[in-house]
Ligand binder design. Structure first.
Ligand code: AFP
Length: 325
């Protein structure tokens, strides 16, 4: 890389410019999505600053939720919001209503805040076609119907990863400009990886396919090398590493939590959307994750996501288990 040229790069692809470029491919588009996304980006910048100031967890959880709800409602482009922090969905009042439904976790991994581990915001966006009153059915849709999904990671740098259904791109916040600049264009996950990521403390309660898979990661019998274990316990950070380096992230079902821990709408779906867009796969143990049709807004699902070949292996183990009956 020519570092001198990098240091003085003058043709900056900001996230807004990127989304405007994408929008110009659709002549019927009215710029609503660009406005919506700018408001999400604004929320992320605010949370980034608050996280860097070292606010305590409880305060940050509440603050982040407030910031995103206010930014999304005031965008005038949303009709329904589902937040991890709010038990009920928010239906936007008529005068501020738009065509998009946004599902989000304002601050995922927040139990890690007080020790400075990377945390993040995760979001997914649906387009609501009907002109009638919005209903919960507008968000209880399979993840494959999402128009866009992404996350913002608050770590050693602030990174925004976005897919509008046309690949995955990563942007890094330049604090001096206050802008997210495209730094990771067209992210593709390696076809196979060397890392597995799971909370092994739950191993005694796992089902057979998960147990066999993790055993295989540690003691492969086909002559391949063992995989390394990396687990941060903050989904955005674990998924971000998986996306860039390859491998697999697992939050399986177990005897105590038959549906796993992670939430379908604002954890499983957005991350699965990004994985598929980057060339990987996402599987629930029963089906392609994005085909799942949620029945409740805070529903949970087991999830296996990451490099194509690694997820293929776990799918094979579940298929064999099903055959056994
Ligand atoms: P918190 O938001 O309570 O920290 O939970 C984080 C999370 O939802 C997700 O970000 C992690 O991947 C997962 O939980 C970690 O769960 P375990 O602590 O059970 O491994």
């Amino acid at each position: 890389m020519d570092h001198a040229a990098e240091a003085y790069r003058t043709d900056l692809m900001t996230i807004t410019r990127y989304v405007l470029n994408e929008q110009s491919k659709y002549p019927e588009s009215r710029g609503d999505f660009t406005i919506l996304l700018s408001n999400i980006v604004l929320g992320c910048k605010f949370v980034c600053t608050a996280v860097n100031k070292g606010e305590e967890q409880k305060k940050l959880d509440v603050l982040s939720n407030e910031v995103f709800v206010k930014a999304l409602v005031s965008s005038g482009r949303t009709c329904i919001l589902v937040s991890e922090e709010d038990e009920e969905a928010t239906f936007v009042e008529l005068s501020k209503r738009g065509r998009y439904a946004v599902v989000f976790d304002p601050l995922d991994g927040s139990s890690n805040i007080d020790c400075g581990v990377s945390i993040g915001t995760i979001f997914g966006i649906y387009l609501v076609n009907d002109n009638g009153e919005p209903t919960l059915d507008d968000v209880l849709q399979p993840g494959k119907n999402m128009l866009a999904a992404g996350y913002c990671m608050y770590g050693s740098s602030c990174t925004f990863v976005l897919s509008t259904g046309n690949g995955v791109n990563g942007f890094t916040l330049d604090p001096s400009l206050g802008e997210f600049i495209l730094t990771h264009p067209d992210i593709k996950i390696p076809k196979k990886g060397k890392i597995y990521s799971v909370n092994e403390g739950n191993a005694k309660n796992w089902d057979e396919p998960t147990t066999k898979y993790v055993e295989k990661c540690k003691f492969p019998k086909d002559g391949s090398s063992s995989k390394s274990l990396r687990y941060i316990g903050s989904m955005v950070a674990d998924v971000h590493r998986t996306l860039l380096y390859g491998g697999i992230f697992l939050y399986p079902a177990d005897k105590k939590s038959p549906n796993g821990k992670l939430r379908v709408l604002y954890e499983v779906f957005p991350m699965s959307f990004l994985m598929e867009q980057a060339g990987g796969q996402a599987y629930t143990g029963k089906q392609r994750a994005l085909d799942l049709v949620p029945e409740k807004i805070h529903e949970r699902s087991p999830i296996f996501l990451g490099s194509y070949d690694d997820v293929e292996e776990i799918k094979t183990l579940y298929a064999a288990e099903e055959k056994k009956g």
